[in-house]
Ligand binder design. Structure first.
Ligand code: PLP
Length: 468
């Protein structure tokens, strides 16, 4: 399997060659040259597999330059009951016949990003050891992505994490989750500023190419291809959980921000999984919903702060991968469209033949707001006795609007309610449940360094702690 850039300017590369990288050198995203096809007979055989073996069948078709035995060992080590709190890894909960919640948030940080990030940690360690190389991961977080990265990379040989977070601006739970880590390869830098300051510092350090090269600075953002690949697996797992045979179709509703999760669903469908609809659910930041309704992709100058904060984005960084497929995999077209986006503009596909294809790809969409979130959390709790978080509520709200008779609907649960206590209290007047092993998290000793919102100070910290 070779990987190309959506903008056509990268010579074909293998899976491990693109594993540690971000954007392709021409500014595009890396993408598989084709999607491996799974036959009905293969699907029938995969139905019996546990998560680890299913992950092996799916991922080996993309990561074919990792020896099969090594990949199997990495997956067996990643997807365990110890890390994901059950051997199902991604258990399905049935609310009523034909309506299901796919539990993706039973990993260490209680959010779906763990599913991919835990694999990434082990893949990074494996590839770095082979090359005798080291990596210093630099990131900025307002809570979720940073903690998933830290829990994936903790204790990994050859890897250090320097994670910037806005001092005093995260919830007590999120703060404790990150700052209580005592692993010597994890550095929490509490920046005296806001999240945007953290992000600006990461950009400034990454733009210093000499520094970046000398100190082997890398990132783990949501455009990483391996993360998307890891997420393809649970669409298959969920399909098998809610069907009896391979002739049935299933629809998925996906709480979306950067389009990574639903992009994995798109890939599963293109591989031959009988997916009927992929329902893109956004919050008030509805740049994706606008596209699927109107054909206009218009990244916003401002991002609204909402009660489903992990979906607060003004442009969707993985969206370019889907548009590449939508325009018939023509990199020239993608390049022209993103010339407009990168210059701060928008594009409109409504009057083009491309936009008609959106339905063939199974996509549809909707959006949700704070009031919808509260109503949905209450309704699911009262009708089914299940507590869902704010992001999952966006997915359930929009999913139900698109539900069809006779077609099972799977709503992806992207976080546990324990992470968003304030809104749960507002909706239900009670505290969310929390996994027993996380009781008392806020009382654990915390380890972090306070730094000024200054790229030079962060660089000095990295120099002092990066090792040589
Ligand atoms: C990251 C995240 C999302 C959005 O996922 P994308 O892959 O960026 O679309 C939704 N919900 C939660 C809880 C998240 O952490």
């Amino acid at each position: 399997m070779k990987y190309l850039s959506t903008r056509g300017g990268m010579p074909p590369k293998s899976f491990t060659e693109i594993l540690l990288g971000g954007l392709a050198p021409d500014g595009g995203l890396t993408i598989a040259e084709n999607y491996p096809q799974v036959t009905k007979a293969e699907l029938a055989a995969w139905r019996k597999l546990n998560y680890r073996d299913l992950a092996f069948e799916v991922i080996r078709r993309f990561a074919d330059d990792i020896p099969a035995a090594d990949l199997k060992a990495i997956l067996d080590k990643t997807y365990t009951a110890e890390v994901f709190r059950s051997d199902d890894i991604t258990p399905v909960k049935t609310l009523e016949p034909g309506l299901h919640i796919l539990g993706l948030s039973h990993g260490p940080t209680l959010a779906f990003k763990d599913v991919a990030m835990q694999l990434l940690g082990n893949l990074f360690e494996y590839v770095l050891a082979k090359e005798g190389a080291e990596l210093n991961i630099l990131g900025a977080t307002s809570g979720d992505t940073g903690s998933a990265a830290e829990y994936a990379m903790r204790g990994k040989k050859g890897i250090r994490v320097f994670m910037l977070s806005p001092k005093g601006k995260m919830s007590p739970f999120q703060t404790a989750q990150m700052y209580s880590l005592q692993d010597p390869n994890i550095f929490n830098l509490a920046v005296e500023g806001v999240f945007d300051d953290c992000q600006d510092i990461v950009k400034a350090v990454s733009n210093d190419l000499g520094f970046k090269d000398k100190y082997k600075i890398g990132t783990v953002n949501s455009i990483n291809w391996a993360r998307v690949t890891a997420q393809v697996v649970y669409y298959f797992k969920a399909y098998f959980a809610v069907t009896k045979c391979e002739d049935e179709e299933v629809s998925f509703s996906v709480p979306s921000g950067n389009f990574g999760n639903v992009c994995a669903g798109h890939i599963a469908k293109q591989m031959g999984l009988p997916i009927r609809k992929l329902i893109v659910a956004t919050n008030e930041n509805d740049v994706l919903d606008e596209f699927f309704r109107t054909g206009v992709y218009r990244p916003r100058p401002e991002t609204a702060h909402t009660s489903s904060p992990s979906m607060d984005i003004s442009k969707a960084s993985n969206f370019e991968r889907f548009v590449y497929d939508l325009v018939g995999r023509d990199p020239q077209v993608v390049k022209e469209l993103w010339q407009k986006v990168d210059a701060g503009g928008s594009f409109d596909l409504a009057q083009t033949p491309y936009f008609e294809k959106v339905a063939d790809f199974g996509f549809t969409s909707g959006s949700s707001n704070h009031g919808d979130r509260l109503t949905t959390i209450r309704r699911v709790f009262e009708s089914y006795g299940a507590m869902i978080d704010t992001h999952t509520a966006d997915g359930v709200k929009v999913g139900l609007e698109h539900r069809e008779m006779g077609i099972p609907l799977v709503c992806l649960e992207t976080a546990l309610p324990a992470k968003f206590e304030e809104t749960i209290r507002e909706a239900l007047g009670r505290e969310p449940e929390r996994p027993a092993d996380l009781a008392g998290l806020e009382q654990l000793p915390q380890r972090f360094e306070v730094v000024k919102a200054d790229a030079e100070e962060v660089k000095r910290f990295i120099v002092a702690h990066a090792g040589h």
